[in-house]
Write a protein that binds this ligand. Structure first.
Ligand SMILES: Nc1nc2c(c(=O)[nH]1)N[C@H]1C(S)=C(S)[C@@H](COP(=O)(O)OP(=O)(O)OC[C@H]3O[C@@H](n4cnc5c(=O)[nH]c(N)nc54)[C@H](O)[C@@H]3O)O[C@H]1N2
Ligand SMILES: Nc1nc2c(c(=O)[nH]1)N[C@H]1C(S)=C(S)[C@@H](COP(=O)(O)OP(=O)(O)OC[C@H]3O[C@@H](n4cnc5c(=O)[nH]c(N)nc54)[C@H](O)[C@@H]3O)O[C@H]1N2
Ligand code: SF4
Ligand SMILES: [Mo]
Length: 874
């Protein structure tokens, strides 16, 4: 790459795996979409576009810490190695565990897996992919004999029918959604069906929405399989390569599609469309995986594609979209407790011997290790006594999160590798190891369609932070395996991994990138995105169209499956079905996306979507707060009254933590019920009760410095010039000014105040040197103010901050809808009302909203249709 040219890398976030161009400069990093990357062809979503805002060093962990004291690497790594060795000596290999992540680079992941499975000699390494892709892995292995996504992104564009199952593609895989939307715009015949109990923004793209009853996708696809057979849509020639049709049909016919709760006529439309459309792609994600029947849901889908031979050909096939940037790479290196490496199986003695020889490994486990939920149960029971958590935040993201948090806190020895110490999990560690972050390190990731791309460093790591592979190798060497972990960089690790894939290929596995085994350092530095396999004779392409599978018989397998309801049963005490998921602009526990003020504008608080009828019945006020309780924990969430969810069902996003909203940790509510085959938890179908939170007061605050309230409810988000806070409490403090001074840590600042005790209103503005540094607005009801306006006044010589509203000459833009171009909802609404803009495109032309990443287009469309409905009613 020539001097001054941008550095080609891959986005830090989702499994779409978009290519980015990074240009470090005096003004900071600039990030643009890579027009030459096959995943995105230059597009980015709001999160990708805001990457540059998240690479600052403000909250970074800069040096190792042992028992809260900063120290050098030698001392920290010696200590970790010694404690792991001691635990092994005293309690055996299964008393230690690693809990790792689909966000690690392949090279990091490879070293972690090698250290645990080949050298420590335990299979107690599991990953957050257990909460994410495990059911798909298990379903793929049952049907194909290997965990392989057959198709490519182009298939979504070439299909005539795309079925989205349990996927909010518009918010979670936005660039892939944009590609689908563009294909549909160019070819309106392309039909999209969305299967989701909720009406999500993804529905705006759909011709048909099937609001399936929670957990009942097996019944839906069993009904489809029966319909395929009844209508003669099976492919006899392809079925010669497939076994199990009759058994699968028997169980399919025995299921009653009425379980789906869908009208017979709606089902009929869907079945008819599927049966008569040859080019069909079924995209599935967490609505499928995160279920106690997740593996069966996957096989119910795969059965339909196998029966019709619609697989591995252009525009056809089942398509699991992966969540994390390297969920796929993790599967390739064998990061799950029940896999070995390169799609080899741990329990296969031949595979074990081959990997042992290749690694020259002293000991290898013969049985699978503990899967995530069991792993933390082992920590709780004391069976696991030394734990290393890398690149994941289980004290927040595991089901029964309070229990997991307490188990980690009680573990005799916990190491956490993270980029920041401000996570709920890092706070529990004995040893904290500072990892180099995205943008600071080199390696590879594999996206949802098997494309391997380089991540490249464009910035130097702050403090003494190191890449994860180097931290792991350092511990491996100190534990005594000097040669096995003597790597001089990620290229060397990659070559070893590629060479091992050749060994696996000779044992009949499909993951084969052996043509990259002797890639030079320069070749690795310049590696362009490439879809695996990469062998002497083949690069990329699709799988299974030729009828060749990786099962013992070489045939594809249809698996007989039967519908089961979710494990948690609603009762009078817990009458609501509790669904969880993601929002557009935040990434998981927000340690990175939450740093961006732009991304924090869209939805700045934890919330609960609830149907208007339920809200009325329970006496929940719109924008009020609700107490949400389950047998496992409690939350307080902002009420969002909407008919996007049905009666009896509620939905909450997963992103808030003890750092950002302690009563918004929704996994505290989620039951740790798991799929019997994959061990994946049912994150989408717990049961809860909902009641109004009895608030004595509500407040909104802005503060130049990070402030941590002590009341029952608070949520904190970044703004350009500081922080914004939502607060509420069950009891009124005696003295608001004293409370506010303590909250903002401003004992001496000048204060302006207005109070209306009769209406319970108090407004306080604090300034230092004539500049506004903090303000608090208290009321009896949720405070209606222009939050954007107030957050913007911080640092200004604001004369009238206490009005809480912009002056008459400055319209209030309202909550931000388009985060890329910072266009508020009120601005869009007034353009609609004035008649200036009658379509999403016209709004784009007039205001710019929706013209960059396009992720907000569904919301703009919703505003337009609301306005049209209002007009019609008037
Ligand atoms: N903005 C953003 N994007 C992300 C992420 C993020 O944190 N933020 N995370 C990434 C990761 S790791 C992942 S795994 C993906 C997840 O991507 P998705 O799976 O698309 O996202 P979720 O919101 O978890 O869940 C998808 C949908 O499943 C539905 N659902 C719930 N129960 C059922 C059911 O029984 N049947 C069906 N058919 N649907 C059901 C929910 O209502 C929800 O709308 O997103 C990735 N992309
Ligand atoms: N109820 C419910 N729970 C869920 C889900 C759900 O839909 N519903 N989804 C599940 C799914 S699919 C997933 S993937 C998980 C995600 O859950 P987690 O993996 O727990 O969430 P993240 O916030 O992505 O955690 C990543 C951590 O790694 C740190 N980090 C970032 N970069 C680096 C690095 O380069 N090196 C190291 N060592 N650390 C780094 C971050 O600061 C952060 O603390 O949540 C799961 N939990
Ligand atoms: S869709 Fe967005 S978050 Fe996902 S890889 Fe592309 S730019 Fe990043
Ligand atoms: Mo995930």
């Amino acid at each position: 790459m020539a001097e001054g040219e941008p550095i080609r890398s891959t986005c830090a976030y989702c499994g779409v795996g978009c290519g980015v161009l990074l240009t470090p400069g005096a003004e900071g990093l600039s990030v643009a979409g890579d027009p030459d990357h096959p995943a995105n062809h230059g597009r980015l979503c709001s999160k990708g576009a805001a990457l540059a805002e998240t690479v600052g060093h403000a909250d970074r962990l800069l040096h190792p810490q042992v028992d809260g004291i900063e120290t050098g690497w030698d001392r920290a790594l010696d200590h970790v190695a010694e404690r792991f060795r001691q635990t092994l000596r005293e309690h055996g290999p299964d008393s230690v565990a690693f809990y790792v992540s689909g966000q690690m680079l392949t090279e990091d992941y490879y070293v972690a897996n090698k250290l645990m499975k080949g050298f420590i000699g335990s299979a107690n390494i599991d990953t957050n992919s257990r909460l994410c892709m495990a059911s798909t892995v298990a379903g793929h292995r049952r049907a194909f004999g290997t965990d392989t996504v057959p198709g490519t992104y182009e298939d979504l564009e070439e299909a005539d029918l795309v079925v989205l199952v349990g996927s909010n593609l518009a918010w979670c895989h936005p660039v892939l959604c944009q590609r689908l939307a563009a294909a549909k715009a160019a070819r309106p015949g392309l039909r999209v069906v969305n299967i989701d109990p909720r009406r999500t923004p993804t529905c705006d793209l759909a011709d048909l929405h099937l609001p399936v009853a929670p957990g009942e996708d097996v019944a839906l696809f069993n009904g489809l399989l029966a319909a395929i057979d009844a209508r003669g849509a099976t492919d006899a020639a392809y079925l010669a390569h497939v076994e199990g049709l009759d058994a699968a049909l028997d169980t399919a016919r025995a299921d009653d599609p009425a379980r789906t709760g869908l009208d017979a006529s709606l089902l009929e439309r869907f079945y008819g469309l599927w049966c008569r459309t040859e080019k069909v792609v079924t995209v599935f994600s967490q609505g499928v995986n995160q279920s106690t029947s997740g593996t069966d849901k996957v096989n119910a889908i795969l059965n339909c594609h196998l029966a019709t031979g619609r697989i591995g050909r252009p525009g056809m096939g089942p398509f699991s979209v992966t969540g994390q940037p390297n969920a796929m790479g993790g599967r390739e290196v064998g990061g799950l407790a029940n896999m070995l490496a390169c799609h080899l199986e741990l329990e296969d003695p031949v595979a074990r011997a081959a990997v042992r020889d290749f690694w020259d490994a002293p000991r290898m486990p013969e049985r699978p290790g503990r899967k995530a939920v069991e792993l933390f149960r082992g920590v709780e029971s004391g069976a696991i006594r030394a734990l290393w958590i890398i690149n994941t935040n289980p004290a927040v993201s595991m089901p029964e999160a309070d229990r997991v948090r307490d188990a980690i806190a009680a573990c005799p020895f916990t190491v956490v590798s993270d980029i920041t110490a401000r996570t709920d999990t890092a706070r529990l560690a004995h040893v904290l190891l500072p990892a180099a972050a995205w943008g600071e390190k080199d390696g590879t990731v594999t996206n949802s369609d098997r494309t391997i791309s380089r991540q490249r460093a464009a910035l130097s790591a702050p403090g003494t932070a190191r890449p994860d592979w180097a931290i792991l190798a350092g511990v491996g060497q100190r534990m005594g395996w000097v040669r096995a972990f003597d790597y001089d960089g990620p290229a060397e690790i990659f070559r070893e991994h590629a060479t091992l894939s050749g060994v696996a290929a000779r044992l009949g596995r499909d993951f084969d990138i052996s043509a990259l085994s002797d890639i030079s350092d320069a070749g690795y530095a310049a590696l362009s995105p490439v879809r695996w396999p990469v062998t002497a004779t083949r690069t990329g392409g699709r799988f299974f169209g030729d009828g060749r599978f990786f099962t013992p018989s070489g045939k594809g397998r249809m698996v007989p499956v039967s519908a089961r309801a979710p494990a948690s049963v609603a009762s009078a005490d817990y009458p609501f079905r509790f669904n969880t998921g993601r929002i557009r602009d935040q990434w998981h526990t927000m340690t990175r996306s939450g740093v961006s003020p732009r991304l924090s504008r869209h939805l700045a608080e934890p919330f609960l979507e609830i149907h208007p009828d339920d809200a009325t019945r329970l006496g929940l006020a719109p924008a009020g707060l609700a107490d949400v309780t389950s047998p496992h924990g409690a939350c307080v969430l902002r009420v969002l009254v909407t008919d996007r969810v049905r009666r009896g069902e509620v939905f909450a996003p997963i992103h808030w933590t003890a750092e950002t909203a302690p009563s918004g940790r929704v996994d505290a509510l989620v039951a740790a019920e798991v799929d019997p085959v994959s061990g994946q938890p049912e994150s989408k179908a717990s049961v809860v009760s909902v009641a109004p939170f009895q608030a004595a007061w509500h407040a909104f605050a802005v503060s130049a410095l990070r402030a941590t309230p002590r009341c029952e409810y608070w949520a904190r988000a970044r703004s350009e010039k500081g922080w914004r806070l939502e607060l509420a409490g069950r009891a009124r403090p005696m003295d608001w000014e004293a409370t506010a001074r303590a909250l903002f840590d401003l004992p001496d600042a000048t204060v302006q105040s207005v109070a209306d005790p009769a209406r319970g209103l108090t407004r306080l503005a604090f300034s230092e040197n004539g500049r506004l540094v903090a303000a608090l607005f208290v009321g009896l009801e949720p405070v209606a103010l222009s939050r954007e306006h107030l957050a913007g006044l911080l640092g200004d010589a604001a004369e009238t901050p206490l009005s809480g509203r912009p002056g008459a000459d400055m319209p209030d833009p309202g909550p931000v809808l388009c985060s890329c171009l910072n266009v508020g909802m009120n601005t869009i609404l007034s353009a609609i009302e004035s008649g200036d803009a009658l379509s999403v495109e016209q709004i784009g032309t007039a205001l710019g909203a929706g013209t960059n990443c396009g992720s907000c287009k569904p919301e703009i469309a919703a505003l337009l249709s609301q306005a049209a409905a209002k007009e019609a009613a008037e």
